[in-house]
Write a protein that binds this ligand. Structure first.
Ligand code: AMP
Ligand code: MG
Length: 352
């Protein structure tokens, strides 16, 4: 693989004015959100509604029904408080990857708005949006991204004009694994934050903790990861009577270490000295601190955007939509169909 010279600074992106507001619509999975950026890329607030299944995982059709039910009110709330329709310059939406029925709700809202306002439509890649909102907000130019969300876990770097997936989960996303573990313990979705607080509880009661008796499989396979085995092993520990806070702590230690190890190898292979965290699991303070420790030990830097920009949100879709608009990558109506299986490395990176 040819490794291009360093990516140009993203500062150049901020000096270009798109001439108005870009709306961004997110609907890949559990979140329906509309957010915006101004012409210079400064994000405004996103208004969001989240599917919270009481039992089981996310059902695509039920999530789509939820999105359809909330879309009108969310748009209205944004128009009542933040955005004037006459200032809107373009409509960006998550074109993929994601759950088909959910994506189609966002795409339909986006098409209707673009036609009604007679402004361009910009279909964006959800995974690339996580990267670009992080680059813009954290002032890092050419990072390795550790993208740790509900449905995705990928280690990504910009090589030869595209964001390449250097390593990824071979089964479920790390967030889904945490949510499934939590669900089995009667903890509602999203389980990650509660697991974090239980792990902290264990640390508080055991300031010098040991992994003895709490060992779990360490699921790194080359540059890839896997989380199903570790999930089953953690469930077995609880069944054997090991205290839940101890298992939560061990689960975080094992799986976060695996992610950070792959990210470090990616930085070494790709010759990058910035690490960027993204996705909902990037809200976790332990994962943030492990990344910081690893980056510092390599004379590198670790970055993470504000928590409201880590979870899925409309403003990150608007951030990428603005870049594509500035670099002439609009989406004609007849090419605006959703792409459930869109890969991170299918999107050409035209901007700085
Ligand atoms: P996303 O799919 O990017 O919107 O992120 C949602 C996922 O992030 C869910 O699986 C959550 O359980 C997870 N998550 C959110 N906050 C935390 C946290 N503090 N620690 C671990 N996971 C989290
Ligand atoms: Mg996401």
């Amino acid at each position: 693989m040819v490794i291009e010279s360093r990516a140009p600074s993203c500062e150049a992106n901020r000096s270009r004015d798109a001439g108005g507001i870009i709306l961004g619509i997110e609907s890949t999975a559990h979140t329906f959100s509309i957010g915006w950026v101004d012409g210079l890329g400064v994000p405004g607030k996103s208004v969001s509604a989240f599917v919270r299944p009481v039992k089981g995982g996310i059902h695509p059709r039920e999530a789509a029904d939820h999105h359809a039910k909330h879309a009108g009110n969310i748009l209205q709330e944004l128009l009542d408080n933040d955005v004037q329709l006459q200032d809107v310059k373009a409509i960006a939406f998550s074109q993929g990857p994601g759950l088909g029925p959910c994506l189609r709700i966002g795409a339909s809202v986006a098409r209707s708005l673009a036609i009604q306002l007679n402004v361009p439509l910009v279909g964006v890649n959800h995974c690339v949006a996580h990267i670009e909102v992080g680059r813009e907000r954290c002032d890092c130019d050419d990072p390795v991204l550790l993208y740790a969300s509900g449905g995705n876990t990928q280690v990504i770097a910009r090589l030869d004009g595209k964001y390449r997936v250097l390593g990824e989960t071979l089964d479920i996303g790390i967030g889904n694994m945490l949510d499934k573990f939590a669900r089995e313990q009667g903890i509602p979705f999203p389980g990650g934050p509660k697991i974090e607080s239980l792990a902290l509880e264990w640390l508080h009661d055991n300031p010098d903790p040991s992994l003895e008796g709490l060992e779990l499989p360490y699921a790194v396979q080359g540059m890839d990861l896997a989380f199903s085995g570790v999930l089953n092993a953690a469930l077995n520990l609880v069944e054997k009577g090991v205290p839940l806070p101890a298992v939560c702590w061990s689960l975080q230690e094992h799986t976060f270490a695996a992610c950070v190890e792959v990210a470090e190898r990616a930085m070494a292979h790709a010759g990058k000295d910035e690490l960027l965290l993204g996705g909902g699991v990037a809200c976790n303070e332990r994962l943030r601190s492990m990344c910081q420790i690893m980056a510092t030990s390599r004379d590198s830097t670790s970055h993470v955007p504000e928590k409201f920009l880590c979870i899925d949100n409309g403003s990150m879709i608007a951030t990428l939509g603005r870049l594509q608009l500035l670099w002439g990558s609009e989406t004609p109506l007849d090419e605006s169909g959703v792409r459930q299986d869109l890969r991170t490395d299918e999107t050409p990176i035209l901007w700085n």
